[in-house]
Design a protein around this ligand. Structure first.
Ligand code: GAR
Length: 199
């Protein structure tokens, strides 16, 4: 059975959606560990409530690479095959990425390469785009820049606020993250340049 490692910083709704699909067998894997960099992340409590091992490795005051070494050590100890960033609000060091080449996924709440970085939903609203969405991509050493595995399009309505738009995008996030995980775990893909192609 393949093992997932989940990294989160907050609410944990993407993690929860993944965990439900693991429980139901839609994702053929187990969640080996949930790690938060924030002690008060709601996602940690959700994980423990589901009987999963959930650990906080606090990031405050720790240098990036030192922090990443601690996280990577735990992921390796748990023999994690695929790392899923689920609202993990930290950039990964080149060291972390090199330890899990093409084995780290991130969810971003916009259609990359548009609106990378923080508050992708608010950036889209402020720019005035009529469509935005979400993106699951492999993590490389850049900011939201790795090859794209899955995307979903979400319409922006005239009366949208950042909250209403974020909620609509979030529903799409919950759907496509599990789809992307299934594709990657199946191994039935190849990466050609920036393109992730199904095989
Ligand atoms: C999600 O909207 C996710 O796309 C976003 O944070 C939220 C986490 O929600 N991630 C990023 O912006 C990454 N840069 P969740 O904790 O309920 O899954």
């Amino acid at each position: 059975m393949k093992k997932l490692g989940i990294l989160l910083s907050g609410r944990g709704s993407n993690f929860q959606a993944i965990a439900k699909n693991v429980q139901s067998g839609r994702i053929a894997a187990e969640i080996a560990i949930v790690i938060s960099n924030k002690p008060d992340a709601a996602g940690l409590e959700i994980a423990r409530g589901m009987g999963l091992e959930a650990i906080c490795i606090p990031s405050k005051g720790v240098k990036r690479e030192e922090y990443d070494r601690r996280v990577v050590a735990l992921l390796k100890e748990k023999q994690v095959d695929l790392v899923c960033l689920a609202g993990f609000m930290r950039l990964l060091s080149a060291y972390f990425v090199s330890e899990f080449p093409n084995r780290i996924l991130n969810m971003h709440p916009a259609l990359l390469p548009s609106f990378p970085g923080l508050d992708g939903q608010q950036q889209a609203l402020a720019h005035g785009v009529k469509f935005t969405g979400c993106t699951v991509h492999f993590v490389d050493a850049g900011l939201d820049s790795g090859p794209i595995v899955a995307q979903a399009v979400v319409a922006v309505e005239d009366d949208d606020t950042a909250d209403s738009l974020s909620a609509r995008i979030l529903a799409a996030e919950h759907r496509i993250y599990s789809e992307a995980i299934t594709i990657v775990l199946s191994g039935k893909f190849r990466i050609e340049g920036r393109r992730v192609l199904r095989t």
